[in-house]
Design a protein around this ligand. Structure first.
Ligand SMILES: Nc1ncnc2c1ncn2[C@@H]1O[C@H](COP(=O)(O)OP(=O)(O)O)[C@@H](O)[C@H]1O
Ligand SMILES: [Mg+2]
Length: 465
């Protein structure tokens, strides 16, 4: 930059020299004539005057040249330097009627293009980053040397890593489950895509992931490293386990009465039928077991129906007070058998619900309350309105439930005391059905219980509008 100005200044100085020389020649020509008519002092004054005029003249011309030629070039150079530094917002002044205007505008076009290209690149990078960060799967990229080049947030969360655990590390150095490390190694060594399901311990819990690994190929099929994507499938595995448990439970529940029926029938056929008393008691058992089978199948069908996605109840305004009184009458015989008193504290409340389904719910809760209570206790059913909802409470003074069991109470076939519950005649599906039915009514059901004191089931249901 400086050199351009220097050169220009030198040019101007030479130019002034030439001008002065010219002047001196002219003066040299005129001098003899002038000297004859004027004294020496006047001659010197004249010379000095001419010199000063020439200097001022040169200065003005020089200044103009610098303004017109040097400054725009300096400005364009400065802009180019800024662009080189990466500041694509820099622009040159486009001085009008100057020879350098073309240079300035070209530099500006270049700057604008660069700015646009950078903006597009930044946008694409941002998009890619957002995609990788929010893809919902954990992702890690490893280069040819085994160094980690990219890791997304899900990966860090999933394997409980912090940024400093990863920065500049090799994949073998980071703290990931051994099973995953082996999988990465396999993809890394074989350079072929692979998929697998891995199980490992994280703290006290078992975790399942579905992993996919593939080599990353650049231009000309050149191997650049590998990418690993993993997906947490723990919840899926849990559901699969529940399904398997369910099948096992159903088979077990069905087998027990069938075995019993088969055993007693065989004994009868082998000759026990000849003794009427034995035959009668055996037939009674067979009848009881058949009833259990029938109930189990009924509950299973019922559960599969209410569990169906899109299951709806036919909700109509229903007089809940009447409904509970009716259910109270239906369990009268059972109450009498165990000498249990039923106290009804019912306010007139109209709910939005399916009467048949609500009878089923109340039946299940009341039969449970009776089954899991000792003789000569009381069961209280309350019905009232609160915060724009109907509240139903079924409180017993029965055996109660351990706090640790309450979380699983609504699971299919879950029973606190298997032997005891089976003797109570239930199928282990009652509370699952209750929960599904109440949720289909857009309500909810909760339990509070204390062992040896009693249990209260509380249902919230929407009121009829
Ligand atoms: N009122 C209650 N008091 C104590 N335990 C209860 C009560 N209601 C339910 N339970 C427990 O919850 C389990 C599940 O109930 P449920 O689904 O109705 O099946 P079950 O057919 O065994 O009655 C029961 O086996 C019992 O252990
Ligand atoms: Mg029950």
């Amino acid at each position: 930059m400086k050199s351009f100005r220097h050169r220009l200044l030198t040019t101007i100085l030479i130019w002034i020299g030439v001008l002065l020389a010219g002047l001196l020649i002219v003066i040299g020509q005129l001098f003899p004539i002038y000297a004859e008519t004027h004294n020496t002092a006047e001659v010197w004054l004249m010379l000095f005057f001419v010199f000063v005029v020439a200097m001022i003249f040169s200065a003005i011309i020089g200044y103009r040249i610098i303004q017109v030629q040097a400054l725009p070039v300096e400005n364009v150079t400065q802009t180019a330097l800024e662009l080189a530094k990466g500041n694509y917002r820099a622009r040159a002044f486009e001085y009008s009627n100057v020879g350098t205007v073309e240079l300035s505008s070209t530099i500006n076009i270049l700057a604008r293009n660069l700015q646009e290209i950078t903006a597009i690149r930044e946008m694409e990078q941002e998009r890619l980053k957002t995609l990788i960060e929010n893809m919902g799967s954990a992702l890690i990229m490893i280069d040819r040397q085994g160094g980690i080049t990219l890791v997304n947030r899900s990966f860090m969360q999933e394997f409980q890593l912090a940024a400093e655990d990863i920065d500049g590390k090799f994949y073998k150095e980071i703290r990931i489950p051994y099973e995953l490390e082996r999988f990465i190694e396999q993809v890394f060594m074989t350079e072929t895509a692979a998929r697998n399901q891995l199980e490992f311990k994280q703290g006290i819990h078992s975790k399942h992931i579905d992993v996919y690994g593939a080599p990353v190929l650049g231009e000309h099929e050149q191997w650049l490293g590998i990418v690993i994507v993993s997906h947490d499938i723990t919840e899926l595995k849990r559901l699969e386990q529940i399904r398997k448990d369910f099948v096992a439970n159903v088979s077990h529940e069905l087998r027990t009465p069938v075995t019993s029926i088969k055993g007693f029938t065989e004994t009868l056929l082998e000759g026990a039928y000849k003794d009427p008393a034995t035959a009668f008691s055996f037939l009674e058992i067979i009848e009881k077991e058949s009833n259990r089978l029938e109930m189990l199948i009924k509950d299973l069908l019922e559960l599969s129906k209410v569990e169906q996605a899109g299951f709806r109840v036919d909700a109509v305004p229903t007089n809940m007070k009447n409904l509970i009184e009716r259910v109270g009458e239906m369990v009268e015989r059972r109450l009498e058998e165990k000498n249990i008193q039923l106290k009804l504290q019912l306010e007139p409340v109209i709910v939005q619900g399916d009467p048949n389904r609500l009878v089923q719910v109340m039946m299940n809760l009341l039969v449970n309350a009776i089954s899991y209570s000792t003789s000569r206790t009381a069961i209280t059913v309350r019905l009232y309105q609160q915060d724009g909802e109907a509240v139903i409470e079924v409180e017993d003074q029965g055996i109660g439930i351990e706090a640790s069991e309450i979380g699983r109470l609504f699971e299919r076939f879950y029973r606190v005391d298997r032997a005891r519950s089976r003797n109570s005649g239930g199928t282990g599906l009652g509370l699952s059905i209750v929960k599904h039915l109440i949720e289909a009514h857009h309500g909810n059901v909760k339990v509070e219980s204390e062992v040896g004191v009693g249990t209260t089931f509380t249902i919230h249901l929407p009121l009829a509008s």
